[in-house]
Ligand binder design. Sequence first.
Ligand SMILES: [Zn+2]
Length: 550
Amino acid sequence: MKKIFLCFSVVSLFLFSCRQKETADKIFFNSKIWTGDSSQPWAEAIAIKGNKIIYIGKDFQQFKGSNTETVDLNGKLLVPGFIDNHTHFLGGGYNLASVNLRAAKTPLEFISILKIYCQQNKDDRWIQGGDWDHEAWGGELPTKEWIDSVTGDHPVFVNRYDGHMAFANSKALTLAGINKNTPVPPGGEIIKTKDGELTGVLKDEAMGLVYKVIHDPSKEELDECLQRAIQHAFENGVTQVHDMGSYGGWIDMDTYRRNYENKKLDIRIYSFVAISTWKKLDSFCKKNDKGDDMFRWGGVKGFVDGSLGSTTAWFYQPYLDAPNTSGLYVTDTTDLHNWILAADSAGLHVAVHAIGDRANDFLLNIFEEAEKRNAKDHRFRIEHAQHLTQAAITRFAQLNAIPSMQPYHAIDDGKWAYKRLDDARLKGTYAFKSLLDTKAMLTFGSDWPVAPLKPLEGIYAAVTRRTLDDKNPGGWYPEQKISVEQALKCYTTNNAYAGFQENKVGVLKPGMLADFIVLDQNILEIAPEKIKEVKVLRTIVNGKQVYERK
Ligand SMILES: [Zn+2]
């Protein structure tokens, strides 16, 4: 018996080694590869066949055949492709070609950028996007009188970069039928002068008054937005996005599907739809399943509250600079509670936006209730998880809830957050290190176009916490800084987990899908301040090189 077994082993060993020597389509060698795989953290070469990794290590020669393409990486760093956990991808693609008000550092610049844009676009099309930030000039909100005389026939409805406020000119307000007596929708705010006149600024749910009269873009326009967004993602080393939707999710998903079917979806997308439509998604999934490794769905996205910048994030205590408010919830709390439990029971993946400490606790309580009712691998996500009480920080790991955070916001909000919040609340703000210390599955992304679709800038932010105004060179709440390696994991391995894809992407080892990037500097060795200057040299998705820096 023993002999037979031995023979068998030799044969299987032989077969196994034959299989190992299959030839690669492509080998990238002479590299420093950070694999993200703790059993083999570093390697020199990676061999791929089709869309998969077949080998990673030193002895790549054995996989070289006559048709194998070899690429000498000259010692450059290769890491798993970045996954961005939170984008509004089509909106980002739209904004790439729209007016850029983020550049405005004074009201005068704001006006002149809009003026030039309107002059260059002579038709009467709606002007949207913009991503302005009134904190850049001290916090004064724009009023329609600033721009009415320079915007011609264009109706203008440009949003603050966080998407929780938007600003209309008089033409847009008229088209939307808004006047000073228009009732304020629940969960929203219409900003008026002290004499009760409209200023043009609308917050959260009130923005819907204007959005409902703006036609959604055509399919062709959406396809263009998508292709622009994909190109931009590849240039920044992003091989997958988790998309929270720009048009409620369904138009977004249709766009992705159309491009997927036309073989024009080269990036991986995990697409979420509005949680209020969970029933529709449930039926859709029962009929169509949940997609494949390139394009997946099955997630719902909700909102508890607004944003810190718009003083609509929901806190226990009032804002320091707006003592009459503690923020607000933007979705009826009973509805949201019921939708979360129902969507979760239906097997959908639940991700909900929460910024303020009270909003985060509200969600954690629901997640706890869901687990008590039905213990399973929910992987509930809190999008942003921005301001946490000390008690909340420990609950993430306990509930296996995923903090889906965007480190660039920390160095941006860090410029002015002290005006809104006291020190006690700021201590639980973007609490990356505390979350990791409690073993939470911290994940990172951008919230693009709210922040740049640039994971390297996100890593820079998480590691240095140097605010964009450079007033905190040692880091803003520096005790929350994390290491480059931890930040890399948040953008790769952990994000794969947050999308139920940890067995497919996020680490580099044989059998995994071939998603990786090459950088021009070793971010694990250079000074952290230099990370934001690092360039992506190559981006490979699903075994295909989709970008090379010229
Ligand atoms: Zn978002």
